[in-house]
Design a protein around this ligand. Structure first.
Ligand SMILES: *[C@@H]1O[C@H](CO)[C@@H](O)[C@H](O)[C@H]1NC(C)=O
Ligand SMILES: *[C@@H]1O[C@H](CO)[C@@H](O)[C@H](O)[C@H]1NC(C)=O
Ligand SMILES: *[C@@H]1O[C@H](CO)[C@@H](O)[C@H](O)[C@H]1NC(C)=O
Ligand SMILES: *[C@@H]1O[C@H](CO)[C@@H](O)[C@H](O)[C@H]1NC(C)=O
Ligand SMILES: *[C@@H]1O[C@H](CO)[C@@H](O)[C@H](O)[C@H]1NC(C)=O
Length: 381
């Protein structure tokens, strides 16, 4: 009798454990996020079964998006994912909205679809047709007046418009409807930059209904929206969403500058900037609310612990990889001199966007060439 009881007890434990494993692996045990799509596992010989996830990252201008992009490029690179890459430089479209004719044959894939799209573009729902199933849509937003100031100084609007920002505000931005008519610098840079990048038409910038409609669309299409001002918090939450270890979010700030370039603006000027960037303000306000909701669900104390860990991870990388920091990048952005004989990871974490993009192009070109040669062989009898 006793023997049978023990035997049944053991069987119960086995059944219970199997059930729990099953529930966790199929995500029936919720962890606070929606949209968690599991994609097929990696190559058969990989020992650890980690999840690979696909990402479309809408790279907004002057929102720390180069730093986030580097994290994603490293992930996709190490996992051998297929990137949708620009033919040259770092833009795929913008000012023109993304369309499929922008995809280069040299870096395309057999099914014409991709796992990763992390370069500058102008959002269009056509993007959904080229991303493989299960893609997570991500972007990052910034407080709009700070963003506009950064845009103005980084791209040297002062040279283009022949005046400093204060003057620009009083001459060109004092009238909201005419402000909307200012030709965008380089046909793509100007007021309401985030909504522009996210595909909105300039004519709609003064129409509250249209703005709300557009923001609703963004809210529907995007799974996760980071906030520049809370970058580390955003990355901790993102790691949680992707079920990535926090180490995957390690970064060295890229394409950033120190504050010495900031012009001090009067309250009047700040208010002007707020008014002409109304569409971006509405966008930012909406997603700050969502961000707060996400933090509440995740737990503020847990988030703070995550930030602490991420900061320690980044500090360790700085000590391991970097010899010295300078301001020698484009527009005096931060640049890193690496220590001699550092790890491969150091090379990529400090690599600027253009160089890393070229590297990814080479890899992908070679891969596609081999695939195409093989197909040719098999199709020639
Ligand atoms: C698609 O992009 C190409 C540039 O690659 C452009 O010439 C064409 O006009 C675009 N098509 C549409 C419908 O916007
Ligand atoms: C594609 O590759 C070919 C052969 O290397 C090259 O001549 C061509 O310029 C490339 N095209 C683009 C758009 O990169
Ligand atoms: C901006 O330009 C105006 C007019 O030239 C000048 O009076 C003002 O001092 C400048 N402001 C700054 C911060 O350079
Ligand atoms: C503002 O600009 C619009 C369009 O250019 C113009 O019709 C209107 O008279 C201007 N308003 C003021 C107060 O200057
Ligand atoms: C900011 O950048 C300027 C220009 O490169 C440099 O002289 C200054 O030392 C930097 N300040 C800090 C705090 O890094």
């Amino acid at each position: 009798m006793r023997f049978i009881k023990i035997k049944y007890g053991f069987a119960y434990i086995v059944i219970l454990l199997t059930l729990i494993t099953f529930l966790i692996s199929f995500n029936f045990i919720p962890t606070g996020f929606e949209h968690r799509t599991i994609i097929e596992s990696k190559s058969p010989q990989s020992a650890t079964v980690t999840e690979t996830k696909r990402i479309f990252f809408m790279k907004t201008h002057k929102c720390a998006s180069s730093t986030v992009q580097n994290i994603l490029m490293r992930f996709g690179h190490m996992e051998n994912l297929d990137f949708l890459l620009p033919n040259m430089n770092n833009y795929i479209g913008n000012p023109i909205h993304f369309n499929t004719s922008m995809i280069s044959n040299n870096y395309s894939t057999e099914d014409g679809k991709f796992d990763m799209f992390v370069h500058h573009t102008r959002y269009s729902q056509e993007i959904k047709s080229v991303m493989r199933p299960g893609t997570i849509y991500v972007t990052i937003l910034r407080e709009p007046t700070a963003l506009f100031q950064s845009l103005y100084s980084f791209y040297h609007f002062d040279k283009k418009y022949k005046c400093n920002l204060t003057q620009f505000i009083s001459d060109r931005l004092s009238n909201k409807s005419s402000a909307n008519q200012i030709k965008r610098y380089s046909n793509k840079l100007g007021i309401n930059q985030m909504n522009w990048d996210l595909g909105m038409d300039t004519d709609d910038f003064v129409n509250t209904d249209k703005i709300n409609e557009h923001i609703n669309m963004i809210e529907r299409d995007f799974d996760f929206v980071m906030i520049f001002e809370y970058l580390d918090a955003s990355l901790v939450l993102f790691a949680h969403l992707m079920q990535w270890p926090l180490e995957q979010m390690a970064y060295l700030p890229l394409n950033t500058r120190n504050n010495t370039y900031k012009q001090i603006l009067s309250n009047y000027d700040i208010n002007r900037l707020i008014q002409v960037n109304m569409a971006d303000n509405m966008l930012y306000t909406r997603f700050i609310q969502k961000f707060k909701k996400m933090i509440n669900e995740y737990g503020i104390e847990k988030l703070k612990k995550g930030i602490k860990s991420l900061m320690a991870i980044n500090q360790k990388i700085l000590e391991t990889c970097v010899q010295s920091v300078a301001n020698k990048g484009y527009a005096r952005t931060t640049s890193y001199k690496l220590k001699a004989n550092t790890k491969t990871m150091c090379k990529y974490i400090a690599m600027n966007e253009l160089k890393y993009t070229s590297h990814l192009r080479e890899i992908q070109y070679e891969r596609q060439k081999k695939y195409k040669a093989l197909d040719k062989l098999m199709n020639n009898n």
